[in-house]
Design a protein around this ligand. Structure first.
Ligand code: NAP
Length: 388
């Protein structure tokens, strides 16, 4: 079926899809923002967006929506997609396979994959399957729509790999990470809707990182409780130089993974300094932890770069930092945070340090403000390490 639509109109559709996909940038990062749509009768009959890290890609969402739309497959004229479809296995199977299986005869692409390892191979796979490819590379600019993805692919980042790290914290109106003692049991700042949101966020990362200060104060579990997310819970990483985590901490409660359970917890990994007490290490291993020695910086604190490299080697690509002020500020000041997610609860006053000093050492770029019940949420990307 010939395509009865001019190139400027196709480009306008692609730019429109890219704009919509960008709304999800904080949920998909470090993945790029991608939007797709199916054209029939000269109109976009459905749209699909890559909505969150680990979730289905835009092409797959659009094809599924088109199949459910009732518009006969024979009248689908083209799949429009803002970025070249992937042709290799990642978190999901290759999109090229889904496109070929859907029987679509034409694909219009707004931008080639910027990764030299994959650039052009998605289009090749489609052409080899007999699909007409209209390459409108340059219509969608990743620099405008997904600058975070270009940072993720930068040579510097590939040379010293580390997970994409999201620092998440809750603060009171005065910026403190602990409420006054008589509020929220001296611990909780965010409202129930925000706490539920954090549960979902945990299911969309591969690792959670905290410090011993938080383990000592809160005895947290860092589990995943949301339905549909319990099969593969994130690994739980603790920085504990001297292995002071008690072997009866709630982190070690037996929790099976799988959707039948109410709560699932991933492997607990404790990073300690070289030469930490062997007896403590044995007791923690018996409780279920994996204990790993890492280098120390200035002979006191664990070397954060080394810790992140170890995590990357374990396959952690997206990491949630859920720590107290000490570790969160150390990560920010070391330029090891890529994104922040700040919940400000409706609580006056509070205890302890704020992260204000650490935040002025980094550059924040782009911003999303949300209201989550009575708690406000701000997301932003950290673009430049300190000193650059
Ligand atoms: N509002 C929130 O979102 C939130 C979130 C989490 C915790 N909290 C609260 O924060 C409080 C704990 O704060 P915190 O600052 O003590 O805890 P933290 O930041 O979670 O942990 C700090 C500990 O991590 C260890 N560590 C190892 N290497 C480090 C490094 N390179 N840099 C920094 N720390 C390193 C240190 O213990 P070792 O020297 O023993 O290794 C350090 O004392 C608790 O009261 C908790 O309730 C609030």
């Amino acid at each position: 079926m010939p395509l009865d639509i001019d190139t400027p109109t196709l480009q306008a559709h692609l730019r429109d899809l890219a704009r919509e996909a960008r709304e999800m940038r904080f949920d998909v990062a470090p993945n790029p923002c991608v939007g797709a749509g199916i054209l029939a009768g000269g109109k976009l009959i459905v749209r699909g967006m890559h909505g969150h890290w680990g979730g289905p890609h835009a092409e797959v969402v659009a094809l599924k929506a088109a199949a459910a739309s009732g518009v006969p497959r024979g009248s689908w004229e083209a799949l429009l997609v803002t970025l070249e479809p992937c042709s290799s296995f990642g978190k999901t199977p290759p999109c090229t396979e889904a496109i070929i299986a859907a029987g679509i005869s034409r694909v219009v692409v707004g931008c080639l994959d910027p990764d030299p390892r994959h650039r052009g191979s998605g289009l090749e796979a489609l052409k080899n399957a007999g699909i007409e490819v209209i390459n409108l590379d340059g219509t969608v600019s990743l620099r405008d729509h997904s600058p975070h993805f270009l940072r993720w692919l930068s040579p510097e980042r590939l040379r010293i790999p580390r997970p994409w790290t999201i620092a998440k914290w809750a603060q009171t109106r005065s910026g403190q990470l602990l409420p006054p003692k008589d509020v929220g049991g001296g611990r909780w700042i965010s409202g129930p809707e925000a706490l539920a949101e954090v549960q979902v966020m945990r299911g969309r990362v591969e690792g959670i990182l905290t410090g011993f200060g938080t383990v000592r104060a809160d005895d947290p579990r860092f589990t995943v409780r949301s339905p549909g997310q319990r099969k593969n819970p994130p690994q739980r990483f603790i920085l504990d130089s001297d292995l002071r985590t008690p072997p009866d901490a709630r982190l070690f409660a037996q929790l099976d993974a799988g959707d039948e359970t109410d709560e699932a917890g991933g492997q607990v990994v404790i990073f300690c300094r070289f030469g930490a007490d062997v007896g403590r290490a044995r007791a923690l291993a018996a409780a279920g932890a994996e204990v790993q020695e890492v280098r120390s910086m200035d002979r006191t604190r664990l070397d954060l770069q080394d810790v992140l490299l170890r995590m990357h080697e374990r396959g952690i690509e997206r990491l949630l930092l859920e720590a107290g002020p000490q570790l969160t500020s150390a990560m920010l000041e070391a330029g090891l945070v890529d994104q922040v997610c700040i919940y400000t609860g409706d609580v006056l006053g509070g205890e302890g340090a704020t992260l204000a000093d650490a935040l002025v050492t980094v550059r924040l770029e782009e911003r999303r403000d949300l209201e989550v019940g009575d708690t406000s949420r701000v997301d932003s990307f950290v673009t430049l390490p300190p000193g650059t």
